[in-house]
Design a protein around this ligand. Sequence first.
Ligand code: KIV
Length: 293
Amino acid sequence: MSSSLSTVTSRRPVTVPAVRSHKVRAGSDPLVMVTAYDAPGARAADAAGVDLILVGDSVAMVVLGYDDTLSVTIDDMAHHTAAVARAKPAALIVGDLPWMSYHVSAADSVRNAATLIRAGAQCVKLEGGTKRIPMIEAIVDAEIPVMGHIGLTPQSMHAMGGFRVQGRESEAALQLVADAKALQHAGCFAIVIEGVPDEVSAMITAALDVPTIGIGAGPRCDGQVLVMHDLLGIEDRLAPKFVRRYADLRSASVEAIAAYAADVRTGAFPSADESYHLTADQAEAMALYGSTS
Ligand code: KIV
């Protein structure tokens, strides 16, 4: 029998230890993670029964209007993490460490991870393989759980020459397996695999005891993550092939705002019911006042 961490009807808080042992091969249902960047988004995700909410640095692109994720700072991420935490979701809140917040020194990385924890995250995520091990060990040593992220790591877009699928050659695929094992050994409780062929993410998933969470990594991971604005169809720019749009909220929003604009212009909004009114006595007193002044 398969098991879910949390359902819409029974919302126990999702914990890091529960996620750490959640493997599909052991009979668990795939983990569900979605991004959220504010309190209404977090409330919607939690009401839908997701297991994890990622306050992703994708906020840079889908909310703040940047072309990539490199412009957001630790203060931006703390601001959005705090907004998500105020919704008090049962889902586990993952705070995404932005570029340059864990690249300079281990001490710096711990301080920045602590900033996201103090903002309300229960764990942090960072991108990269073996070369990030010293930072991961330092953060885990400070009692902050770390989620890894390998494959197409958007913070390395310039080094990778763009947003490109990773691990297509056997050497690169084996390096990804080695990176994933090193991350698990350093203490990561789960690992996101992004933009990697299905066969390779299946190999990585089989090699690990901690769960993998895929995005553009095929169906054989221990879970899936999508950016909320992609799955809701709020993000209207070109979507990668792994995005499935479950709604078209951008079209619904344009339609609703256009209807509002038309009603304002024709005088159909606001109606009498949508306005405040004086009582008859108040109106009479005001008329008297008007006639004597
Ligand atoms: O920032 C983000 O949304 C992410 C996901 C794509 C995994 O890192």
